[in-house]
Design a protein around this ligand. Structure first.
Ligand code: BGP
Length: 463
């Protein structure tokens, strides 16, 4: 007889999406524009197959049916975000009442189905009106975000008990201000530092507002953690990995959980003369308003090697000034998307949080396997995604080992419920437990969706 891997009582099983990626009705019912629509209107060719945020899963119209699908695929929890620009079309000031009605009914319907809503305030979707005044580059936007956060807690705090301030804040720093990959497509190290600082501050300001309300809810932050493994244990590679770890993971872990910035990052930022303007009051807000719990998104680790040489010492400072990505021979790859698969990474993260961050309560808020042209795996009308089931099982085994060794992990939410639009990649990579036909909007549960239901119902799975 084979063994069953059982998870703790009341473990959260579910999935995650975001407002921009799932709602549809991008223009409608009073929603203001955000940076995705703004950018798509300017440069549609940047988006895969020129599909922008106007064409998504339409959960805005179909959330009631979609919540039935969540039930059918074993959800007792679900994470999504509020669209800031839907609630505040101008980013602040007047509230859109239709948005209030929509989100209230959405969250209440989840509750009625015994699905715990985890709601995130910001998932890469700055209102265009605020980007026009500099977005996160502008300290004033921290105040507008705080106003928005406070409104969300007051409007929905009776239904939503689990909040997140941000999703993957390092991504907008990296892709928007260092790598020229996402809007506003700048390469400016000083602005990157400023944006990172303002985001960490905004998160703490939201926590502060939340704590004032003295509710029975909890507030956290979602961070994409990618363990940085050095190529070798020689001194230069180890140092390079230490810097990568500070930049990629500790940059937001430290302020969110410890209330202070990573000393190594501060040292490098000072060395390159990139310190942003700050005042002591703001640092005090960060110090005193740390999160209650942590959401971890894990897709793949980073393999790091020391740079052979700094070819241009006058080049603008980038973290990669100090390290290179190492293409490790023999690593296991997802053949359908191209990312590394390293299941043990989820355990290493668990031990790191346990040992270095006071074993704060945490859950997996995203993990997923993207697949291109997934139709090729369709048999008799259903996508047979055994590769995805194996991917989840492999990670769950390591997650379970971490829990056995005392890691305070309370849930596992996969990316994503229904195949969704994904920023620049649009519909290139499919991740869902449920297939979406983009033309008809028809939803069909995949094999992994049925497997996930069994996982939830048995509170574990057979090895
Ligand atoms: C995460 C984001 C998600 C989603 C996912 C998959 O980092 O939080 O919003 O985009 O990555 O990304 P992709 O479709 O590019 O493979």
């Amino acid at each position: 007889m084979s063994d069953i891997l059982t998870f703790p009582k009341d473990f959260y099983f579910g999935s995650a999406t975001s407002a921009t990626q799932s709602e549809g009705t991008y223009e409608g019912d009073g929603k203001g524009q955000d940076i995705w629509g703004k950018w798509f209107d300017m440069e549609p060719e940047k988006f895969y197959n020129e599909v922008g945020p106007y064409k998504t899963t339409t959960m805005y119209k179909h959330y009631k049916e979609d919540i039935q699908l969540l039930k059918q695929t074993g959800h007792n929890s679900f994470r999504t975000s509020i669209s800031w620009a839907r609630l505040f079309p101008e980013g602040h000031g007047e509230i859109n009442e239709k948005a209030v009605a929509y989100y209230r009914d959405y969250f209440e319907t989840l509750r009625k189905h015994d699905i715990e809503p985890f709601v995130n305030l910001f998932h890469f979707d700055m209102p265009a009106a605020l980007q026009d005044i500099g977005g996160w580059e502008n300290r004033k936007v921290v105040d507008y975000y705080t106003e928005y956060a406070k409104a969300c807690f007051e409007l929905f705090g009776d239904v939503v008990k689990k909040w997140f301030t941000f999703n993957e804040p390092i991504v907008q720093v990296e892709t928007g201000y260092l790598l020229q990959y996402q809007y506003p497509m700048k390469v400016d190290a000083a602005l990157a530092v400023k944006v990172g600082y303002h985001t960490a501050l905004a998160s703490a300001c939201a926590v502060k507002e939340f704590k004032k309300l003295d509710t029975d809810g909890k507030i956290g932050i979602v961070l994409n953690l990618s363990p940085a493994y050095p190529r070798s244990n020689n001194e230069a590679d180890m140092r390079a990995a230490e810097i990568a770890e500070a930049f990629q993971n500790k940059s937001f872990l430290d302020p969110a959980i410890k209330g202070e910035f990573t000393p190594l990052l501060v040292e490098l930022i000072k060395k390159h003369d990139l310190m942003p303007d700050y005042d002591e009051e703001d640092l005090d807000i960060i110090k005193k308003n740390t999160v209650d719990f942590l959401g971890v998104n894990y897709y793949q680790p980073v393999r790091i090697k020391a740079r052979d040489s700094v070819t241009n010492p006058d080049a603008p400072f980038l973290p990669t000034y100090y390290f290179d990505i190492y293409d490790m021979p023999g690593k296991k790859m997802n053949p359908y998307r191209g990312w590394e698969i390293y299941e043990k990474g989820i355990y290493d993260i668990a031990m790191n949080i346990k040992n270095d961050y006071g074993n704060i309560e945490r859950m997996i808020t995203e993990i997923g396997m993207g697949v291109q042209d997934e139709d090729r795996f369709k048999k008799d009308g259903m996508i047979e995604d055994d590769y995805r089931i194996d991917f989840y099982k492999g990670h769950l085994k390591w997650l379970h080992k971490g829990i056995e060794e005392g890691s305070n992990c309370v849930g596992y939410q996969v990316w994503t419920p229904i195949d969704c639009w994904s920023w620049l990649n649009a519909y290139k990579n499919r991740y869902g437990l449920i297939e979406l036909d983009l033309e008809t909007q028809e939803r069909t549960i995949k094999k992994s969706g049925y497997w996930f239901k069994d996982l939830h119902d048995n509170n574990g799975f057979e090895l």
